[in-house]
Design a protein around this ligand. Structure first.
Ligand code: NAD
Length: 552
């Protein structure tokens, strides 16, 4: 990859010391002699002009010297705040290694200590106290052509619960992945924290907590805040994609339903997870050689991830088998804290109702497995070890290749480990997890477990939606994204038991997904640009690369 390119004539460069403090334009020690003279920074840098490769060497030397992941996180975020081009060069070249630092799990620890680690702000903070002024505050953001926003209200940060304003690390990290995985221009990204208060007593008592100190706004007032927020976002940034992230169940489904057909928006916890899991299922079916219509999928956990996945699988089955969605949903069953979700239960939250089928009650997962003999088990319960030996062995008796997806994060919460799934089925299970698991060897064969990482999908969805200026993000875009991702899985991946491609190929994968998404947008009349002759070429041409521009 080249590391310099000609500057665009429209660049509005800051001059002098301000240039060195603008992370989007700063090149640090790589400013050339001519640039140093012309831009008023001569003498403000050590005299030797470094290449980007030399800068990368220094960053990596320091990175490797850090003792903990949190220190590595701070090192990388500080670099991002100084020089974004260099930050993304390093990230993109070391994505597999750095993704768990810049995002889950390390970002979770960073969020927990947000007020204590705080160095420089990044993104926009809108609090309930500023109700009525969101439109004005959004005008303070220095960049006007924003194309991707990630917003959280901090209520359900990863598996860590309500972190309030400390949740800002999540939109920041997620947008870094949009750029690192799909080349969304960092100047066009905007992280937002919608601070509606917190119920986290530790935070409220912490003198270094940086959010508003009150309980969460709920009910109508909450909905009014979100409505004002969404309205202000699209007034200020009419071409943006708005991604909701880590909202709690009680709000996430309702907010999604309210806005999904009004503006360009999606919820990654619900829909992105669904697409990546559906992709895993498509890949797994290449191993089992059984059609989708023959699948009985049992979920443990009926929250955002579970219901999102079930809904998308049902959409895909309805489309492929030309059956009504109500029929297609009967392929998906859920066990929640009270047992099997069935008709007749009176304690079901609204989002579970579409999956409450006619069936006798089953008090727990083991009895539901016996009753339904599922082809796939999907764990999205946050309950470690819930897929025990007896359950996985029974799955192995019902199926030649049982699909065992233990998606709960972090690693310590996985419903079973890769090694357990392979051992208890004598290597026949098709396993995927939410957090990465190492390869394991059984009877001389090495298995590489797939990680159902949302980062396979959301950056490509974002790129596709933005590249064709789509009006909405639809379910069909997610099913096509899942098919595109599954199509990127090589036979050699499947031979190792891996149902997702290597993360090393993420740029290529994101471009394929983006093209698939844009194709749906054009087909369904949702694209707002003139159709390019070659969609794949078009999305690739939109991908930003971390190279220095020549400013003079
Ligand atoms: P959530 O809080 O919305 O849902 C979790 C659900 O599990 C809740 O409905 C809860 O009632 C249920 N549950 C808790 N204990 C249970 C039990 N003993 N038996 C049955 N159900 C139980 O959270 P979510 O967003 O749905 O995420 C769930 C898990 O999935 C998390 O660990 C998350 O990290 C993981 N996840 C993984 C991916 C991925 O792999 N790509 C993506 C999203 C979420």
């Amino acid at each position: 990859m080249p590391t310099t390119s000609k500057t665009s004539p429209k660049l509005n460069l800051p001059k002098g010391a301000a240039l060195l403090h603008d992370p989007l334009y700063n090149k640090g020690s790589a400013f050339t002699e001519a640039e140093r003279l012309a831009l008023g920074i001569k003498g403000l840098l050590p005299p030797y002009v470094q290449t980007m490769e030399e800068q990368v060497q220094r960053v990596m030397e320091n990175y490797r010297a850090k003792q903990t992941d949190l220190e590595r996180y701070i090192h990388l975020i500080s670099l991002q705040d100084r020089n974004e081009t260099l930050f993304y060069k390093v990230m993109m070249d070391n994505l597999e290694e750095m993704m768990p630092i810049i995002y889950t799990p390390t970002v979770g620890a960073a969020c927990q200590q947000y007020g204590h680690l705080f160095r420089r702000p990044r993104g926009l903070f809108l609090s309930a106290k500023e109700k009525g002024t969101y439109n004005k505050i959004l005008k303070n953001w220095p960049h006007r052509d924003v194309r991707v926003i990630v917003v959280t209200d901090g209520e359900r940060i990863l598996g860590l619960g309500d972190l309030g304003a400390c949740g800002m690390g999540i939109p920041v990290g997620k947008l870094s992945l949009y750029t690192a995985c799909a080349g969304i221009n960092p100047a066009q990204t905007l992280p937002i924290l919608l601070d509606v208060g917190t119920e986290n007593e530790t935070n409220l008592r912490d003198p270094l907590y940086m959010g508003i100190r009150q309980g969460r706004v709920r009910g109508r007032e909450y909905d009014e805040l979100v409505a004002e927020f969404v309205d202000a976002v699209f007034k200020n940034f009419p071409k943006t994609l708005l991604q909701f992230e880590d909202f709690a169940n009680i709000n996430a489904f309702r907010v999604l339903e309210t806005y999904r057909e009004k503006v360009l928006t999606f919820n990654d916890d619900i829909q992105g997870t669904a697409a990546v899991t559906l992709a895993g299922l498509y890949s797994a079916l290449r191993i089992t050689k059984k059609p989708m219509k023959d699948q009985r999928i049992l979920f443990l956990g009926a929250g955002e991830a579970g219901v999102g996945i079930g809904s998308l699988i049902a959409s895909a089955i309805a489309e492929e088998c030309e059956m009504p969605i109500e029929e297609a949903r009967k392929h998906c069953w859920f066990v929640d804290t009270k047992g099997l979700v069935v008709k007749g239960r009176t304690d079901l939250a609204h989002h579970k109702l579409p999956f409450a089928h006619e069936h006798a009650a089953c008090p727990d997962l083991a009895s539901a497995v016996e009753a339904l003999k599922p082809t796939a088990l999907i764990g999205v319960s946050t309950i470690a070890k819930a897929f025990n030996k007896q359950i996985v062995e029974r799955m192995g008796q019902f199926n030649e290749h049982p699909m065992i997806f233990a998606l709960s994060n972090p690693t310590s919460k996985a419903e079973c480990t890769a090694e357990e799934a392979y051992t208890w089925t004598n290597g026949r299970a098709i396993y995927a997890s939410g957090s990465p698991f190492p390869a394991c060897t059984l009877n001389g064969k090495t298995y590489v477990p797939g990680q159902g990482n949302n980062a396979y999908v959301f950056p490509g969805i974002g790129l596709g939606a933005v590249a064709c200026e789509a009006k909405h993000v639809t379910d069909r875009m997610f099913t096509e994204a899942a098919r595109a991702l599954a199509a990127c899985v090589l036979e050699s991946d499947l031979d190792m038991g891996r149902i997702y491609p290597s993360l090393k190929r993420i740029h290529e994968v994101s471009a394929h997904i983006a093209a698939a998404v844009a194709k749906v947008a054009f087909k369904d009349g949702l694209a707002q640009i003139k159709k390019p002759a070659d969609l794949h070429k078009h999305v690739k041409s939109q991908m930003w690369v971390p190279e220095y521009r020549e400013y003079v």
